[in-house]
Write a protein that binds this ligand. Structure first.
Ligand code: FES
Ligand SMILES: [Fe+2]
Length: 401
């Protein structure tokens, strides 16, 4: 991806904002500015970046579909009769009406309600009422639903609206490919279900998920002995990061009548937990036996919608399926025992950010003028390379002093 240097940024800056000189300070204005969000739509959500939009296990059969959004662009993701997944724009090629309203389902074809143009599951236009009276140059084959470039890895479907997005493997990089394998295994998954929520927060605050807060904000997270576990963080220059940790669930838990909720039944002897954050807001998590992909939509500067999708492995037996379902629905997500406080903090970050000044990162900072090299599991410095990538992408110039 083209990354212009600081010298050229003044003329090109997407939004008039001077960035602090220290790398561990983030101007709070970036969390609350509606105008900045419009610039982010162009540069990030519709730019040369891959966005996870689905997992193949959400669409196991021909005719299956789900609706989603990339920024404000509505998507219709389908599995065609040929078994291939299509990432289409959910906008009729006639007058632009949203074609499909349901969150998910199975159809033989899509019919736009306005003038009843009909589309194949794979997006081609089948026919239109009154077509013999259309303009003489009307060519049906040119009116299929618009299609985004897409690519798949371990069943995760990525899409991009950019013209110069690099190959998916290059964009992910080796560390993130490894992290995806830890979380998803061979990628042959089975969908267990969803929790869906809208947070009143900017997408950048939603995704500022650091290893520092886990055992401090989330009281029940202490059941997993996060702070006592071993682990490390890995970051890439293009804004991705992963935390790999060893969880050691406590044995005698006073308030938890049934400790089987936090047992580990999988094959990984390290009982590892892995959190993967792909720039800008793609998140995958494995805690104990919970496998979770968080498909997020940045609706506006103050609204981020997250679809927490939970999965099992296709080869799981009935007992493992029950265990994963129970653990997923009780432990993680917006109402999960170990993470429910996030929603409240997101809203309070949003309220607090309507004030001058900067958000500070301190835990793990050795040099405020340089990016971190070694980051411990419970440091917050793992977020800083992502912020630096964001700053450069948006062409914000650093203050001189
Ligand atoms: S807008 Fe879809 S058929 Fe007219
Ligand atoms: Fe959290």
């Amino acid at each position: 991806m083209d990354m212009p240097g600081d010298q050229s940024v003044a003329a090109k800056a997407a939004w008039p904002l001077i960035w602090p000189r220290k790398l561990n300070q983030i101007p709070k204005e970036v969390f609350v500015s509606p105008g900045l969000f419009e610039a982010e739509l162009k540069t990030i959500f519709h730019g040369d970046i891959w966005h996870p939009v689905a997992h193949a296990a959400e669409l196991p059969n021909p005719g299956d579909f789900k609706t989603f959004s990339l920024g404000r662009t509505p998507l219709l993701i389908t599995r065609g009769a040929d078994g291939k997944i299509n990432v289409l724009v959910n906008s009729c090629t006639h007058r632009g009406t949203q074609v499909e309203m349901c969150a998910a389902g199975n159809r033989k074809e899509f019919e736009c309600p306005y003038h009843r143009w009909a589309f194949e599951i794979s997006g081609e236009l089948i026919g239109c009422p009154g077509m013999s009276e259309f303009s003489p140059d009307f060519d049906k084959s040119r009116y299929g639903l618009a299609r985004l470039r897409s690519a798949e890895f371990l069943g995760v479907v990525f899409a991009t609206m950019g013209d110069n997005t690099p190959a998916l493997a290059q964009w992910l990089g080796e560390d993130m490919i490894r992290a995806m394998k830890v979380i998803l295994g061979d990628g042959r998954l089975k969908l267990l279900g969803y929790q869906k929520v809208r947070y009143q927060v900017n997408w950048k605050a939603y995704n500022d998920n650091d290893g520092y807060h886990a055992g401090l904000l989330h009281t029940a997270f202490r059941l997993l002995n996060w702070q006592g576990g071993k682990g490390a963080q890995f970051m890439t220059e293009n804004g991705h990061m992963s935390i790999m940790a060893e969880l050691q669930p406590l044995r005698n838990v006073g308030f938890l009548k049934d400790p089987s909720l936090i047992t580990f039944k999988g094959q990984d002897p390290a009982k590892r937990a892995s959190v993967l954050e792909l720039f800008p807001i793609g998140v995958m998590v494995k805690h104990l036996d919970t496998i979770n992909i968080r498909f997020a939509i940045a609706h506006s500067h103050d609204c981020t919608e997250v679809h927490y999708a939970y999965f099992a492995h296709q080869d799981d037996d009935e007992e493992m399926l029950r265990h994963r379902t129970r653990q997923a629905s009780n432990l993680l997500g917006p109402c999960g025992m170990i993470s429910m406080e996030d929603a409240s903090i997101f809203q309070r970050i949003h309220i607090g950010s309507f004030s001058p000044g900067v958000a500070e990162f301190q835990k793990g900072v050795k040099d405020p003028y340089a990016l971190p090299v070694d980051v411990a599991q419970n440091d917050e410095t793992g977020q800083l390379p992502k912020w630096e990538y964001y700053r450069r992408l948006m062409n914000f110039q650093r203050a001189e002093i």
